[in-house]
Design a protein around this ligand. Structure first.
Ligand code: NAP
Length: 285
């Protein structure tokens, strides 16, 4: 659709942002619903985050998505948080309404919808390893605990952030035990065999030529392996999972469902989920 003086604009801010399929997906959704809306990606370094948020507000944007590495840093810049965003402590969707910035989290529902439909195994009572402790990992871990996971193990490169997520999880969902383990090969060798679900919520995997940290031979058929990364579609971790016969799922389904919920928050209209998926599936494979 051509951009005119009346076009409503939304954006995604991240660093990097070039890999994101959200612009193609959201613009296809606007077109299919006949909406004069446009979605623009902006690569925003952390030091420019505060000014960028003010610029989007004053330029009259209807909202924006927030991606790596801004999902937690954005919180103090917002006026209000949805219940879920506050509970999770991370925001991936901002709605601008009457000059106020309202933070939402659609990652948690997007992830869980995808895991439930594509994973087809219940997490109830199961031990889950979540690799990462950033904004996406927070959404995933807190949602899994709320859905009845039996135990969560958080493994992260920086210990402080990993332990903070464990503390927040224990407060948010006290009946689900949670523990931190370092993100090292020996630690993963010890932890993975005892887990049923292995979830990668880090940026590792975006480089398809860099092998994942997981030692050879630890994955089994009984594992469900979910990589939030969707580009490349078969990340090094998912290739390892496929070789082991594990169930391997990439983040494309999560991307579509978190995006559909963001579309509905901004426009107030039902998202064309099928159109959104079809718009990106061929680009991704
Ligand atoms: P974030 O808040 O910036 O967190 C990044 C996480 O990745 C942190 O745990 C960080 O560890 C870790 N990390 C980064 N580079 C690493 C490396 N080289 N080695 C080990 N760990 C590394 O980002 P986010 O928003 O949570 O996103 C995380 C990933 O999930 C990204 O790849 C993003 O594209 C993906 N994602 C996908 C979807 C989807 O819809 N499919 C949705 C959300 C996110 P430290 O704490 O040690 O820095």
């Amino acid at each position: 659709m051509p951009i005119t003086g009346r076009t409503r604009l939304v954006a995604i801010i991240g660093h990097p942002v070039g890999h994101s399929l959200s612009p193609v997906m959201q613009n296809a959704a606007f077109k299919s619903r006949g909406l004069d809306w446009g979605y623009i990606p902006f690569d925003v370094e952390p030091r420019h985050l505060k000014n960028t948020v003010q610029v989007l507000l004053h330029l009259g944007f209807a909202g924006f998505n927030v991606t790596i590495p801004h999902k937690t840093r954005i919180i103090p810049l917002l006026d209000r948080l949805s219940r879920e965003a506050r509970f999770i402590g991370a925001v991936n969707t901002v709605q601008i309404h009457k000059g106020r910035l309202i933070g939402h989290n659609t990652d948690a529902e997007g992830f869980f919808h995808s895991l439930r439909t594509e994973g087809r195994r219940s997490v109830r009572g199961r031990r889950v390893l979540v690799i990462g402790a950033g904004g996406a990992a927070r959404a995933v871990a807190i949602r899994l605990a709320s859905e009845g996971a039996g135990e969560l193990v958080i493994s992260n490169r920086s210990r402080g952030r990993g332990e903070r997520l464990v503390r927040d999880l224990s407060k948010a969902v006290p009946r689900c035990p949670a523990a931190y383990r370092p993100l090292t090969v020996p630690s993963l060798r010890a932890v993975v065999p005892a887990c049923h679900f292995i979830i990668n919520a880090t940026a590792m995997g975006m480089d398809k030529n860099r092998p994942f940290l997981l030692p050879k031979g630890v994955l089994k058929r009984s594992h469900t392996v979910y990589d939030l990364v969707y580009r490349p579609a078969r990340t090094p971790l998912l290739q390892q999972a496929e070789r082991a016969g594990s169930r391997a799922i990439n983040g494309l389904g999560m991307l579509v469902h978190q995006g559909a919920l963001a579309f509905e928050i901004w426009t107030g209209k039902k998202a064309p989920v099928k159109v959104m998926k079809e718009a990106i599936i061929d680009i991704n494979y």
